[in-house]
Design a binder for this molecule. Structure first.
Ligand SMILES: Cc1ncc(COP(=O)(O)O)c(C=O)c1O
Length: 548
């Protein structure tokens, strides 16, 4: 019997003081659950002795209720497999409900906005080449599980109550120290608020600062997660265009903002770094308009060339920058831990607001995380991933240049975990995605990241979480997709038949998965398997020697 049905029967209440006999009460309750579908067809009911024991009634009471239900066709007794709920036709009310298209219940204006935002959906196991995915298989899971188990046993710290909603003090200190050293952020531990991911941070900030109709400036192209959070809070978007020459701050008649959202250390999706004069200008504008800058510093730990670029927050002397960082890229996304560094004057307000939203991660996890950071495991993992991603980017670009050059130019990125590819001829990136998905490979169309400006077409490609082998297969699949598109274009030229086009579209291939590789690695008790990567790198060196 499914656990849910078992709970249901445990909850049955029989009234011993009522006039109705117990067997009839039990019959009524079971019949009602069968009719309303909570005990679905084929559900096996407990043996009479077991249910009698659970309900503290005589076995005859249960037998009598079961017998009545059997006689009326609600139950079937099947030799060797006990008593089961019969397959009844659905009652008329349910059939009507199933037939009608489900309508959203009446929502608030904000609810309506929230439920109609664009969403970037990802599929478990599918990573090649979805941007924003870190390497998971090399994460030190054995260390992580040891620290989690230790936190669980550490009763001295009281990690089991309702307290510390802003974050565990040890974690806030560890994050403040880490940010000062690695990102040039100026803050005390009290300014660090720990929340369940950047998305929670953006939702909280939007709700705290924006009234319906307030304007927010947002990079265009930019991060759809931020756009949706501010829009859902009733904000009015005003684009901050970003082009090959960077951020265009000066725009006549732009309404004054309440919030300004930027990704200055690695612009999402173009990968640009905001120059110092633009940073200073933006700080000046924020002060002039009494606005807040939200600095989303999501993956700038991965800088491969040149000097590290410190966060903009470190330049801010007037307390205008709200800095947001995440562990989704430096550890793994499902951890759901991010941090907001708020100016000192906002600390108290955030304290209360976080407790109302409930968007704080479990204290046990935070305690383990504090140990993971302060004992140097995060720094070690980051160093290794920085090297790995630099290798992977080189390998990916070399492969693209070797196999896709006819259709695509892929630029290098100094920071981050993804690169942008641009088509050599006019193509609609969503059409290209549709064909690529059929070939079992994924990417993010560049146009999806534009809101106002005419969208650029291209491919936003994540390489960081893709092993050498998956990368090789993925690039071959992209090549096959481009070849198919080329054929389709030829078919469209006058005087050619369309047979080849139909023939070339076979059944969809399964998407490239990270999971088999990962489970192999996990079996080795969390020890990362960099041998494959090194082998990939050696192969890559040979490949580039050959192509030189
Ligand atoms: C621009 C940007 N910021 C932040 C994040 C991370 O969000 P979260 O912390 O909610 O996982 C992402 C994820 O891809 C992102 O693209």
């Amino acid at each position: 019997m499914p656990r849910s049905s078992r709970f249901l029967l445990d909850m049955l209440e029989l009234d011993r003081g009522a006039d109705l006999p117990l067997h009839r009460q039990l019959y009524n309750a079971l019949r009602a659950h069968i009719l309303d579908g909570r005990l679905p067809p084929k559900t096996r009911l407990p043996a009479t002795r077991v249910l009698a024991n659970d309900l503290d009634v005589s076995r005859n009471t249960v037998i009598s209720a079961y017998d009545a239900l059997l006689a009326e066709g609600y139950l079937d007794a099947i030799a060797g497999s006990g008593t089961r709920v019969a397959a009844l036709p659905a009652p008329p009310a349910r059939r009507r409900a199933e037939r009608d298209t489900p309508e959203l219940p009446q929502l608030s204006a904000r609810g309506g906005l929230m439920t109609t935002q664009p969403r970037d959906r990802t599929i478990p196991g599918r990573i090649a080449f979805h941007p924003g995915y870190p390497e998971i298989a090399s994460f030190p899971f054995s260390t992580w599980s040891r620290l989690l188990a230790l936190a669980m046993r550490n009763v001295g710290e009281d990690l089991f109550g309702y307290h510390l909603v802003n974050g565990h003090p040890r974690l806030r200190s560890a994050i403040a120290e880490y940010l000062a050293v690695s990102r040039g952020v100026k803050c005390t531990p009290a300014q660090v608020i720990v929340v369940t991911g950047t998305q929670a941070a953006l939702d909280l900030i939007a709700r705290l600062f924006m009234d319906p109709g307030d304007h927010f400036w947002i990079e265009d192209p930019g991060y759809v997660g931020a756009y949706s959070a501010f829009l859902a809070a009733g904000g009015e978007p005003s684009p901050l265009p970003v082009g090959p020459d960077g951020w265009q701050l000066e725009m006549p008649n732009r309404p004054p903002p309440r919030l300004i959202f930027v990704t200055p250390s690695c612009q999402w999706p173009l990968g640009l770094v905001m120059p110092m004069d633009v940073r200073l200008n933006l700080l000046h504008l924020a002060e002039k308009h009494d606005a807040w800058i939200i600095e989303d510093d999501y993956d700038s730990e991965y800088r491969f060339r040149g000097h590290p670029i410190p966060a903009m927050q470190g330049l801010d002397d007037s307390g205008r920058v709200i800095y947001v960082g995440t562990l989704s890229k430096t550890m793994f996304p499902s951890l759901r831990v991010a941090y907001i560094v708020v100016p000192p004057k906002l600390v108290e307000g955030f304290d209360t607001a976080v407790s109302i939203t409930g968007q704080y991660p479990p204290l046990l996890l935070q305690a383990a995380l504090a140990d993971f950071i302060s004992q140097g495991f995060l720094a070690t993992h980051l160093r290794r991933m920085r090297r790995l991603y630099a290798r992977r980017q080189r390998e990916f670009i070399a492969r693209c240049r070797e196999r896709l050059d006819r259709w695509l130019t892929v630029g290098e990125a100094d920071t981050g975990m993804q690169v942008v590819g641009r088509f050599r001829q006019p193509l609609d990136d969503r059409d290209v995605l549709a064909v690529a998905l059929r070939h079992g490979v994924d990417f993010s169309p560049l146009s999806r990241h534009y809101r106002h400006a005419p969208p650029e077409q291209g491919m936003f490609l994540g390489y960081a979480g893709v092993s050498s082998e998956a990368m090789r297969v993925g690039v071959e699949r992209l090549r096959a997709a481009f070849e198919e598109i080329e054929k389709m274009q030829l078919e469209k030229t006058p005087g050619r038949s369309s047979n080849t086009r139909r023939a070339s579209i076979g059944p969809p291939l399964p998407l490239i998965s990270v999971l088999p590789e990962m489970s192999k690695n996990l079996r080795k008790s969390g020890k990362p398997d960099l041998r494959r990567e090194r082998a990939g790198e050696r192969g890559q060196r040979q490949l580039s020697r050959r192509t030189r």
